[in-house]
Structure formats: C-alpha cells, structure tokens
Design a protein around this ligand. Structure first.
Ligand code: ZN
Length: 273
C-alpha cells in the first residue's frame, strides 16, 4: 500500500471520527507517540492478514467490512515513518510529533524516590510479572476497542507527562489518573480475563485485564482487589476499589491502557468526560 493511500485512509478515519455516532464506535486515528494508529489492511471478505510491529503481533479488527490493524505507538517513537508488517509486506505509518508537559511532584516517603537494594530487587521481580501481563497476546476476535470509564471522576493528570519526583527525573506517566474517593468501585470497561493481580511496590494493589489480541488495561493503587487471576470478567463487573496504595499522593485510580505492549493514552479510548 502506498503512503498516499495510507494518508488518505488516515484522513478518512479522522473525518469519520468527527461524526458523533461513529466517534463512539471507533477511536480516531491518533498516530503520535503514546497514540493509536489505525491502518486499513484490506477487505474483510478475505481472512485477516497477519500484522505485526517490532515483531509483536497487532490487534486486527473488522470495521465496516474492512480489516484494520490497530497499532499502539510507543511513547519513545520519534516522529517520521514507522514500519509495520502486514502479510509479510512492510507498510509505512506516518508518526506525527506530539509533546507532553512536565510534572513535578514531591513524595514524602523517600524510598519511593531512592529505593534501597532490597526494594530494587523487589521492583525488578515485579517489573517482569507486570511486563509479561501488559505484553500478553491472546488470540480472540475484537469488534471495537472503545472503553467505558472504569470510575467516574475528574481525570486529574494526563498521560505522557514527563515526571520529576523530588526533582529527580523518572519514567513518563503511562496512564490516566482519575480522582475518586477511596472505596469507589472500579468497573471493568469491557470484558476480558484477569491476567495479573498483586501488591506491587510502586503501583500498590493492582489488577491487569487482558481484553484479547494484546489489548490490556491496568488499575493501580487499589484499596481492595475483587478478582482473581485467570477469572473472566464482563463489562461493568466490579474488579476492585479505588485506594491510595503504592507511590501516591492521595486516593485515585491510575488507569493504564496498552496495545502491542505499548502504553497508549486512555483518553483516546474513552468517551469524552
Ligand atoms: Zn498515575
């Protein structure tokens, strides 16, 4: 497929996305770091082509009888052409520039800023478990990647912020924080399988849900976990409650959304507040 054709399809998705009823059915093509590129890869009267990016399989869904590859664009992607593989062919996706603001936070518990060796070992063990769950690819069919809000409340800081804890640079914020009182029930934003639960050093009590084809959501700082690993959940089912466990400054839900192992901005997948 030529770049011009991709560009045309990109514009088409974007302009259709501005119609209110269709905007709810398909998140808009958002080809920037931390965004989601939606790429037309052929007519759905044929079986879906295998699509991958960086050797990771991509989510493919049927939209209006066309196959769409849904690409989570990693936050550290430079602007320019990103190459995905579709049925063994390389297809270029234009990644546009997007800058995220800085956020400076003061954390009173210093071990969250400068963990000791024992804590670093624990963080390393937990990182492996979390990364495995976030990068998991389970074969399934997907008709939409739209999500319902897991809790109602102000979306208090946004995705992608370049963070400094006590003036020390740390990883960018890979989720959306939703302010809500401790104990507020958290609802699964669509059906899936619980792929990990745990009490982690930074994230506190955490639930990770596998929605199929590498589409994964994560819920952190919970006061209570209401599900078990391996369990299926339906959309709207309670998976836990808002809390203030782990590295936090107050009760809120940290809501992370992932495609092909890349953190993407949950705002693209949610209806507007
Ligand atoms: Zn957060």
């Amino acid at each position: 497929m030529t770049e011009r054709r991709l560009l045309f399809l990109g514009c088409l998705v974007l302009s259709l996305g501005s119609l209110p009823n269709l905007a709810r059915a398909t998140p808009a093509h958002s080809p920037w770091p931390g965004g989601i590129a939606i790429v037309d890869i052929g007519a759905a009267d044929q079986p879906p082509p295998v699509a991958s990016f960086d050797n990771k399989p991509l989510l493919v869904m049927n939209k209006d009888d066309r196959w769409q590859a849904v690409v989570g664009v990693p936050l550290d992607t430079p602007p320019g052409a990103l190459s995905i593989s579709v049925g063994g062919r390389d297809v270029a996706v234009d990644v546009v520039e997007h800058s995220y603001p800085e956020q400076r936070l003061t954390v009173k518990n210093k071990s969250y800023v400068s963990p000791d060796q024992e804590q670093l070992d624990r963080i390393g063990r937990e990182r492996k478990i979390i990364d495995a769950a976030l990068g998991r690819f389970r074969i399934s069919t997907t008709d939409s990647i739209e999500l319902a809000a897991p809790v109602d409340g102000p979306r208090s800081s946004s995705f992608g912020l370049r963070r400094f804890f006590n003036e020390q640079p740390r990883a960018p914020h890979k989720g959306m924080d939703i302010a809500a009182p401790g104990g507020t029930p958290i609802l699964a934003p669509r059906g899936g399988i619980i792929s990990a639960t745990g009490e982690y050093f930074f994230n506190g009590n955490t639930v990770i849900v596998d929605h199929g084809q590498g589409f994964v959501t994560m819920y952190c700082h919970l006061s209570n976990i209401a599900v078990e690993e391996g369990q299926s959940v339906a959309a709207g089912e309670v998976i836990g409650a808002v809390g203030a466990t782990g590295r936090v400054t107050g009760p809120h839900l940290h809501f992370g959304t992932y495609l092909n192992g890349a953190a993407v901005d949950p705002a693209i997948l949610l209806p507007p507040p």
